[in-house]
Design a protein around this ligand. Sequence first.
Ligand code: P6P
Length: 342
Amino acid sequence: MTDGQIGINLTRHIHEKQKQYPEATGELTGILNQLAFAAKIVSREVNKAGLVEILGLTGEKNIQGEQVMKLDVFANDVFLNILGKSGHFCVMASEEEEDVIHVPEGYKRGRYAIALDPLDGSSNIDVNVNIGTIFSIHRRVSDGDEGCERDIMQAGRKLVAAGYIVYGSSTMLVMSTGNGVHGFTLDPSVGEFLESHTNIRIPARGKTYSINEGNYPYWSIGIRKYIDHLKEKDKESGRPYSGRYIGSMVADMHRTLLKGGIFMYPADKKDPKKPHGKLRLLYECSPMAFLCEQAGGAASTGNGAVLDVEPTQLHQRVPFFAGSMEDVRLVEDYIRRYDDGD
Ligand code: P6P
């Protein structure tokens, strides 16, 4: 971009895209702008977290039983307040809240429902590792005054929009409304998200794998054999792959979207309370799967597409394998060959 030439901001990008899709409503523009507004506020706090007391733990635990960092609480409050009063949503869901959240009294109930992980990877906050917000947006399906859980509990295949904000060396919003995946980088000097990554495409095959190897003893045979396969030397197929694991899903998935490879959180036998792995379907796996497929990649539970899973519980977890199409297909083959019937 030459000096003086202002990049396309989020609003203009969505407006341009909507020209191609007359059925799209102007409402998506409003929704994404509200998300961007909340993201700017959270970004400001995340970027100064190292300087102020906000880093401390609240001493409370969220419904997942995880220690809640103060920024978690702050991000949850900011997003739910701004989105709840935006007039776009009939109901909301958050990783930090046990039940769905209704729109405050006196505010319009809108035509959409949103599920959020307000600050994913928060255990990394105090070591200055990238963290992020993940969101998924469905059209309302219920009727009557209040929205309800049914509006949130829809298969990812029906998503209207999804994306994440990654708070790192820069703050980026990466999203899709079903017309490809696009990235916008926050320019703090003008307070705008400017288009920086147009039509992100995941390479068909990658060179890295991303998984918590500490869980190796608890994986199925198929997963262990697949990971062992990636470590074998084979020049022709570009193996051994390099391992890259940050432990913050948004950061690991951001790298996978841009560079290719495969990110995995399989089911494991480590915690009987989490037989399907650690990642949640509605506000982690579904939105990331939507982005992967929109970018030409794939996202699987190991036995089928994540986007085809019909949700049964608000905070349900699913095994997750996502990234380059060929890499995801290969891990599915290993699961079919060694684990089917498990
Ligand atoms: P583990 C962060 O707590 C998170 O939910 C994801 O962001 C991340 O991918 C995963 O958990 C890391 O889990 O068990 O490897 O520490």
